[in-house]
Design a protein around this ligand. Structure first.
Ligand code: SF4
Ligand code: SF4
Ligand code: SF4
Length: 372
């Protein structure tokens, strides 16, 4: 059902059940938000999206107000702008002014709105940090609740997307604070270090530990890629500086996963430039030297030298593999061979392995690690 309303003097149509914020954004009107994110349930607690509705008492939070037939909405009146600015002042009154060294600088929604609304940072209220600046031992997530604006996006991201319910709200009034579990630490509260809460946090309260100090957001090039870890095919942006990968950021346009990633996709990128990364094939020494499989076991305390891995060229490795497959097939038949493919390969690579198994080797023994 369609609902007709007016926003800033312009007649618009919206779907019944849509909020004023959704309808306004769909028609290109700018309404600022902090606690709202389209992926999460609206809570209406930051009050940045307030609007005036003719005939209604007081200002309304557009993110939790449904459109109604004939509604007349104003998004930029003097009262609205003054109220939004006051809300920002109240948030900043209890916020450390550490933009110069804050990891979120340049990528902080609070900072952006303070600039847009030209907020004079109030000198009253802030009496220094109330919490340790690195209050959680999680190896991937840096927690600084002094910069928290209590928007609750982390709580919702963890509950609604990751379904872990790690973050919650404790205390009341001025003492209100976001805590992991019953005031423990993230890992004790069953956090799986997926980093969803970090991705949705609009300030520097939650940041990625591995990215601290590596570069401002405007120094980093974003290159969209597909995760190599499993077959789900999540997309994200690699953050690149001086031709080195220095981090990973969610890409909201990712078709499979949206902003969501698991710990491997978000934080498992340090293998890329690791000095011990294998970049060339290796084969067992006994295969290279044409000897028999050694009697001793490779896991023995002192395994025979024949078990050593030896680095070879791709040509040598491929020749050896082809020769061994050929010999095995000739001696024991095609069904003596099985092929096991990988979720780290692309669809196309897995398809080709299927062709290799059935058409070249002549066996149906082909399977995939994703079925284990
Ligand atoms: S969270 Fe944002 S506003 Fe606060 S110090 Fe960091 S960059 Fe500045
Ligand atoms: S990292 Fe993931 S599981 Fe852990 S608190 Fe954040 S959203 Fe929840
Ligand atoms: S930690 Fe970040 S996402 Fe969570 S309530 Fe605070 S500002 Fe919002």
């Amino acid at each position: 059902m369609t609902v007709k309303l007016t926003i800033d003097g312009q007649p618009v149509e919206a779907r019944a059940g849509q909020t004023v914020l959704e309808a306004a954004r769909a028609h290109g009107f700018r309404i600022p938000t902090l606690c709202y994110h389209k992926d999460l349930s609206p809570t209406g607690n930051c009050r940045m999206c307030v609007v005036e509705v003719e005939g209604w008492r007081g200002l309304q939070a557009a993110c939790v107000t449904e459109v109604q037939e004939g509604m007349v909405v104003h998004t930029q009146t003097e009262t609205v702008m003054r109220d939004r600015k006051l809300n920002l002042e109240l948030m900043l009154a209890n916020h450390p002014m550490e933009c110069l060294t804050c990891e979120a600088n340049g990528d902080c929604e609070l900072q952006d709105l303070a600039y847009e609304y030209q907020v004079d940072v109030p000198q009253w209220g802030f009496k220094g940090n109330r919490y340790p600046v690195d209050s959680d031992p999680n190896p991937f997530i840096h927690v600084d609740m002094n910069k928290c604006i209590l928007c609750r996006r982390c709580v919702l991201a963890c509950a609604e997307i990751q379904v872990r319910d790690v973050w919650g709200v404790a205390q009341r009034g001025f003492d209100e604070v976001i805590v992991a579990g019953a005031g423990t630490d993230l890992l004790s509260a069953r956090c799986e270090s997926c980093g969803q809460c970090v991705a949705y946090c609009p300030t520097g309260a939650l940041t990625n530990r591995m990215e601290i100090g590596v570069g401002r957001t405007y120094d980093l090039e974003k290159i969209t890629t597909t995760c190599t870890y499993c077959g789900v095919g999540c997309q994200f942006d690699l953050l690149v500086k001086d031709e080195r990968v220095v981090g990973v950021a969610s890409n909201p346009e990712a078709p499979v996963n949206g902003m969501a990633l698991c710990v491997k996709g978000r934080y498992g990128w340090d293998f890329i430039h690791h000095p011990e990364r294998l970049t060339r094939p290796r084969v067992r020494r006994y295969l290279l030297e044409g000897g028999e499989k050694p009697k001793g076991h490779q896991l023995d305390e002192n395994p025979p030298r024949a078990w050593d891995w030896v680095e070879v060229s791709w040509e040598e490795a491929l020749d050896l593999t082809a020769r061994k497959l050929h010999e095995t097939r000739r001696q024991y038949g095609p069904d003596s061979i099985g092929i096991f493919t990988s979720a780290k390969c692309t669809n196309e690579e897995n398809y080709l392995m299927n062709k290799l198994a059935r058409q070249v080797l002549g066996t149906h023994n082909i399977d995939h690690c994703a079925r284990l």
